[in-house]
Design a protein around this ligand. Sequence first.
Ligand code: APR
Ligand code: ZN
Ligand code: ZN
Length: 362
Amino acid sequence: MPTARAAVLPAAREPLAVDTLKVRDPRDGEVLVRIGASGVCHSDLHAITGDLPMPTPCVLGHEGAGTVEAVGSGVRHVAVGDHVVLNWVPFCGACWYCQSGRNYLCETGYVKAMGAEVFHQNGTTVNQFAGVGSMAEYTVVPESACIPIGADVPLDRACLIGCGVMTGVGAVINTARVQPGESVAIFGAGGVGLNVVQGAQIAGANPIIAIDLNERKLGFAKQFGATHTINAGSTDPVSAIQDLTTGRGVDYAFEVIGRADVVMQAFMAVRRGGRAVVVGVPPAMEMFSLPGMLFPLAEKSLIGSLYGSSLLARDVPRLIDLYRAGRLKLDELITRRYPLTQVGDAFAAMEKGEVARAVLVF
Ligand code: APR
Ligand code: ZN
Ligand code: ZN
């Protein structure tokens, strides 16, 4: 039974600790993964602030990649030594959603992973963020949480596909199915939003309008394919978007922050018949208030996107191939790398808006 140093959240709003935990062996259908890298996503920060309820104590991290160290009985799709990207919605393959081809909505895989009791400290179970817990030297996850990739892609870049890239690119390609020449606006040019921007570029959208409060993020957005940027701190984004689209509004607006006031802006920024897509995760009890009349009389809609509506086993290899072909930016997403012991600095850098993504490397 290995031990692992891990970033542990003792309880919401308490300081993180780097502790050494016991890691149990993989059981039937499970895989022990030696983590190579774990991205720092705003959802991890939401767990720290309490905006995203997560059972504690908890090993943070859900944007991970690593190497298969051992497999339990019955594991067929990965073998010891494989490089894998971790999937934070493991799927059962048998429920109504899995059977109907939407395994990212699986009802049971996530619940089972959340109760897996992988980590222990002084006889107490330490939970895993989203059933993954990738801010640890080792973790144990279900086989369906491991998507094998080639060994040629460095793990610090591959890990980003496990959350931000898949969520962002998938929201454009799979959820909204943006067509060439359609117009999009992206509210929030952070680690996930920049991937909505590059997803829009891959889809051939035009214009691609990025909105943020932070000039550095708007600079990143240009690098990732935004044709226009708007600083919402100094300019009203809705009227600026209308000005850029002959007064009509965009075909699609993506909210990639998790704020009710910005969801309202995204809804107002879409044209008649347009769709606003909520990608950012609002605080648990947050409500949206929108002008109801515009649903029927302007035929606007507001839709959600979970994990980019992605089928990980299909879409991770596609994104890896786009990266290899030079058409998906991963290297440019990583502003800074940190060792696990500096996890607090990595979160602080994200909070201060200094990084596109910070990545913990093991
Ligand atoms: N208007 C415009 N931009 C804003 C605003 C606002 N009112 N408030 C914050 N932002 C910008 C920040 O400046 C930052 O660039 O939103 C961006 C958020 O990016 P990150 O902090 O990197 O967060 P990210 O990891 O991208 O996650 C965004 O998606 O997965 C969910 O839980 C996650 O809700 C979070 C969202
Ligand atoms: Zn995430
Ligand atoms: Zn299922």
